[in-house]
Each structure stands twice: as C-alpha cells, then as structure tokens.
Design a protein around this ligand. Structure first.
Ligand code: SF4
Length: 545
C-alpha cells in the first residue's frame, strides 16, 4: 500500500490565498486525487510547514512521495502565520535526502530540482493521481476531475493545525477572461479560462460543511464578476459578464447562510475593467454579492497603477478615471452598513516595479487615492506590493529594474499613503462604536492582545488586556492606530474593565479611570453617567454595568 504525505507550505498567489487561517484548495485536491486512486486514507498524512519547522525540517517517517504545495519567493506579512519560503523548501529537500518530494504551485518555477525533487509545472493534484496509479505524468487537471477530488479531499481539513478555525479558499475559475493580459501576471498564461460549474462548487462547500468548516471565500479566480461568462461580447477587451450563473451560485450560498451552515462568506478578486466596461451587468452582480457576503467584505481590485503611461506599457486593466468609476460603483452598492459595517467595499492593489515607472508615478498614485478620500469614497485596504514577474510573462523577459531615485520616491509616497490616506480611511470605515464580531486572539504581549476576524483582509484589533490565546471575542472599536484598531470586548462592562483599558476609552483618561475604579461597582449606567460625560454616544451605547 502506498504511503503519501501532503505538505502544505501555504500559498499567496495573485488569484489564490492559503496562509492560515486560509486553506487553499490545492492540498485538498491532492488528498482527493490520492483517495480516488485508492490510497488508503490512513496512509495519507497531511502536514503543514509549521509541523516541519517544529521538527528541524525533517520528516518523522518516510513516504513513497511527499506532495508539497505553496511557498513564497517574497513572503508578505501575516499576523499569527508564516508562509513557507523558498529557502525553507530547499532546506526540507536537503535535510531529507532519501525522501522523494514532488513540488507544485508557483514556487516550483523558482526552485532548482534535485536528486530527490520533482518539480511539477502543471497540476500537482493530477501528478498525484498519476503517481498513485503508477505513472509520473505532469499534466493539467480538468474541471470534472477537481469536482470529484474537491469533495473527496474535503475531510483533509480536519488535520489542519488551526481546524476548525479556518476559512477555505474556493476556486470558481482559473485563467484570465480578458482578451489581453497584464505584463506581469501568471493567470494570463493559462491558454483558456476554465470555469467550475455552480453545482460542483456547492458540492465541495457541502462536503467541507460536513467536515466541520463554516467559513468560505470565493477567492480563487481572476474576476468574480466574470464567473461563467461566455467570453464573448467584448468591450475594451473585456467580455460581457453574465449575471445568471453567479446569481445561481450565490442563491445556494445564501440558503446555507440562512440555515446557519455558513458563518463567514467572502469573495476576492474582481476586475475594475469589467465594472468600467459593463456598469449595468456589473451592478446587478454587485447587488447580489453585497446581499450575500458577510458584512465587512472586500472586493480586491488589481488597479496596479494610476499612471497612464504605466497602464499603457503594461497593458493594465484600467486608466485612472475608469478605476475611480469602479470604486464609486462598488461604494454605491456595497457601502450601506449592515450590523454597523459596510457590507462590501473595494480594496485597491498597487504594484511597484512596473515598466514605465518614473519618479512621478507614485505622486500620481497618491493623488488619485487622495481624490478617492476627498470624494468620501471608502477603500477597505490599499495593498502596495513589489511586482514579482512570473517566468513566461513579458515583464519577466524585460527585467525592468527601478532606479535608486524611483525607489526613494516609492518609499516616500508609500509612507504618505499610509499616514495620510489609509489612516483616515480606517477612521471612516470603522468609526468609534463599530462592533466587529468574532475576533480571534492570535498574540498577547505586554498587556495587550492582538486579534483578527477569520475573514478576508481582516484588520488587526489591539485589545488592552491579555485574553486567552485563540479565544474569540466580539469587540467595539474605541480608537484608531496607524494600521490597526484599538478595541474592547463588547459589551464594555465598566464595573469589571481593567484600569488600563478604561484609560484608553476616549473621554475617560487616566484620572477618570481612577475615579471610576474607586467608585465602582455601579448599580446602573445612570449612576456612572457623571464619569462618562466626555465619552461619545457611539461608545456609550456599548457600555453595561
Ligand atoms: S486582468 Fe491582468 S492581472 Fe487580472 S488576471 Fe488578467 S492578466 Fe492577470
């Protein structure tokens, strides 16, 4: 009987995220493929890079094959988690010289092979299926195959170290529906767009629900608005979106939410060019999305640059006016607050390191973002990243390297965007008194707890008391830090709140906190009112005694 290991080193790809608490589809597909091939479930071990880290990167036993997915060349920052790096994956191969390892995912393009390493350039789940049947072909999987493997592999999530506090990334399609492709992007390398059928996606989600998962994100796709588009009726290089199929999928998901089977439902990537080219169809889909997702969700838009010359040279999706129009449309539909938080807001992704950048590029980015702020529009997050051109893309062939002066300008405006745009945006999105549900404590340090919701692009909540690690708390926002929110457990009980936490409530301060502590317990809030005169009504609403 074959014995295999599925090793998840986590993924952070342009159109797929799988760093805990997110779990990407790939390890689930591999498990399902092995299972379909007849490998006994007791002989498929699911590990993560974290378990290898704890064991000096050595496997405790040998396998016929380790199927490794994920890892990042340039890791981002993730509170409470660390993605596997290329260096760590090389270490795993070196420290286990007798162990055969098949490496899949985008990382396989930047790692060297080795005696014990097979680099899988197509789909590692398909390779696993062949391997279990005695072959070693490196091929693409098909949509019907992953429909089966996704269901068969759902139970593998129970082995995840953070189970059941995870959110499963769900694939709806791969490949880019746009006619032309951006200079840097790996999605454009898929020859055609492959959509999954709504019933396949739902069958996978039902299998994951049976396995104990209740949080999902429709995140693995280039553009959620183009789900099951006919890839026809092009305007400006974008196909006409078709509201029917996504509506069908969302209505099934709403039904499961209403039955309490889904607690978090998020989406990811959408193309601002689709919204600008087809505002009517896009608005219809956006309304459906805003009515279905969990409030506080983000629609990430790969705008990449507000510099028209950079847009032209890199064949990006939208010019600045179109980007602003897309942001305005999403705000108009998703900006209404549900349970105190806007239901669906745009996120803006910007890239640095694109061909055509000059010292003026970053000022243009800054100005466009300032205009968004001044117009009272909300952007949930601004993500500025260094471009990593993927092998096979025009940007990779061109090897553009920014000059020192361009680098300096980039850093200068990135910092200004953080302090002058992101911070006020944070205040506008989460005014004092906003209630955020189910923040999970990921770290405690020097009298503070750092928590995050298990959801898409969740913001760090800094709570001025040490709470049990991994415990969940509803919180109320009391103030704003540079890139996080100061919060207190909801409701705020002023009879039991520690002194430091009381001091941090705007309008109470050090002296007020001492007075409250000397006077409490209060029998009612009215009795405490003299001490709360300067506290805003929005925070007071969350107080109890
Ligand atoms: S529009 Fe550009 S960034 Fe988006 S998936 Fe297509 S090629 Fe990639």
């Amino acid at each position: 009987m074959l014995s295999c290991c599925v090793l998840d080193c986590y993924v952070d790809e342009p159109a797929c995220f799988g760093v805990p608490p997110f779990v990407s589809p790939y390890p689930r597909y591999i498990y399902g493929a092995l299972s379909e091939a007849g490998v006994d479930e007791g002989h498929i071990h699911c590990l993560t890079i974290d378990s290898l880290r704890n064991g000096d990167y050595r496997f405790e036993r040998s396998y016929d094959m380790v199927f490794l997915v994920g890892g990042a060349v340039v890791p981002g920052r993730y509170r409470g988690s660390r993605i596997g790096t290329a260096a760590e994956i090389r270490r795993i191969a070196e420290r286990n010289p007798g162990q055969r390892i098949a490496i899949g995912g985008l990382i396989s393009y930047v790692l060297p092979g080795g005696d014990n390493v097979t680099l899988v350039r197509n789909d590692i789940e398909k390779y696993a299926r062949h391997f279990a049947g005695g072959g070693e072909e490196d091929e693409r999987r098909t949509a019907p195959e992953i429909a089966r493997w996704a269901v068969l592999g759902a139970g593998s999530v129970r082995a995840h170290p953070r189970f059941p506090d995870i959110i499963c990334e769900i694939e709806t399609s791969r490949g880019c529906p746009r006619r032309g492709h951006c200079s840097f992007c790996s999605e454009g390398l898929f020859e055609r767009v492959e959509f999954r059928e709504p019933e396949d996606v739902i069958a996978e989600i039902d299998a994951l629900i049976r396995a104990g998962v209740s949080r999902f994100r429709l995140g693995r796709q280039a553009d959620i608005l183009q789900y099951k588009s006919d890839c026809a009726g092009f305007t400006g290089g974008f196909p006409r979106p078709v509201p029917g199929p996504i509506g069908e999928l969302l209505s099934e998901l709403r039904a499961r939410k209403e039955r309490g089977l889904i607690s978090v439902l998020n989406i990811d990537n959408a193309n601002p060019g689709t919204i600008a080219a087809f505002p009517d169809e896009s608005s219809s889909i956006l309304k459906d999305l805003a009515a279905t997702v969990t409030p506080g969700d983000t629609m990430a838009l790969g705008i990449e640059s507000f510099d028209e010359e950079v847009v032209r040279r890199n064949n990006l999706k939208v010019f600045p006016r179109e980007a602003l129009r897309a942001i305005e449309i999403i705000n108009g539909i998703g900006g209404a607050r549900i349970d105190s938080i806007p239901s669906l807001l745009p996120g803006v992704n910007l890239l640095h390191g694109l061909d055509g950048e000059t010292v003026e590029t970053f000022e243009k980015n800054y100005r466009s973002l300032s205009e968004i702020l001044e117009r009272g529009l909300l952007v949930k997050r601004i993500n500025i990243r260094q471009v990593i051109p993927f092998p096979g893309t025009p940007a990779h062939a061109k090897k553009y390297a920014p000059s020192k002066s361009v680098e300096n300008r980039f850093t200068y405006y990135r910092d200004r965007i953080r302090s002058e745009i992101e911070h006020p945006m944070l205040v506008n999105i989460y005014p004092p008194g906003t209630i955020l549900r189910q923040g999970q404590v990921l770290e405690t340090q020097a009298g503070y707890s750092y928590a995050k919701q298990i959801a898409s692009y969740s913001i760090t909540l800094k709570i001025p008391m040490e709470l049990p690690l991994m415990s969940f708390h509803d919180v109320v926002i009391i103030s704003h830090r540079e890139r996080s929110l100061m919060a207190l457990p909801f409701p705020i009980n002023i009879n039991t709140l520690p002194q430091k936490a009381l001091e941090l409530i705007p309008g109470i301060g050090k002296k007020g906190a001492t007075d409250i502590i000397l006077r409490r317990p209060f029998a009612s809030l009215e009795q405490a009112s003299a001490y709360l005169n300067n506290v805003s009504i929005d925070i007071k609403r969350s107080m109890i005694v």
